[in-house]
Design a protein around this ligand. Structure first.
Ligand SMILES: [Zn+2]
Length: 201
């Protein structure tokens, strides 16, 4: 499996940098708008920064220890899944404790649109890794699921604007946490598939 690890590492490092930076900006914006689902989305994005960092660490470990590639990549997927579950737990607590109604449904839609653009950007960076490794497959799937989280913020803003039911913001917050758990489950599933393939003669 000798492909260029420096390109793989560079993609994950860029993805991590974007996630940390955009996640922090979106968190401040969401706190200003007082949107639970926006805070959830930003929390997820910051966690994504760590997930991409783990992807970077995995490819760097594989580079130094090719014999252990399958094991390193599988264990890495479990670490990433754990990070996502932690993010989901934080989002649930944040959403539960969220007291205020969003300031503006239109601002929520704008935040969701900006977040969706960032998810698309990260997707365009990592998608070439899809065919190359389980780490790439996990990362690409993950960023695809992230799109769902970001779009949820925009949809929640729209529904809030249309129906004027403030609770929509919190319902969407729980939905975003559920999406993170789904992402974690998918990572574990991919890793298990991979180890099943290895055992075949
Ligand atoms: Zn994510």
């Amino acid at each position: 499996m000798g492909h260029d690890h420096s390109i793989e590492k560079r993609r994950y490092a860029l993805s991590a940098r974007i996630a940390f930076l955009a996640g922090t900006i979106f968190l401040f914006a969401a706190l200003f708008i007082l949107t639970a689902v926006g805070v959830g989305d930003a929390t997820h994005l910051i966690a994504d920064g760590f997930v991409s960092l783990v992807s970077w660490k995995i490819s760097s470990n594989v580079e130094q220890n090719h014999d252990q590639e399958a094991v390193i990549r599988r264990r890495g997927a479990y670490v990433q899944a754990t990070l996502l579950v932690v993010a989901a737990a934080i989002i649930v607590v944040e959403t539960y404790l969220h007291e205020h109604e969003p300031r503006s449904a239109l601002q929520m839609m704008a935040l969701g649109a900006a977040s969706t653009m960032v998810a698309l950007w990260r997707f365009s960076i990592v998608h070439p890794e899809w065919r190359r490794s389980i780490t790439g497959k996990g990362e690409v799937w993950h960023v695809a699921i992230d799109l769902g989280t970001s779009v949820t913020v925009a949809i929640a803003g729209f529904l809030l604007w249309y129906f004027a039911i403030p609770a929509i913001d919190r319902w969407a917050g729980y939905a975003v946490a559920a999406i993170a758990v789904l992402g974690a489950a998918h990572l574990v599933w991919t890793a298990k598939q991979e180890s099943a393939t290895e055992r075949r003669p």
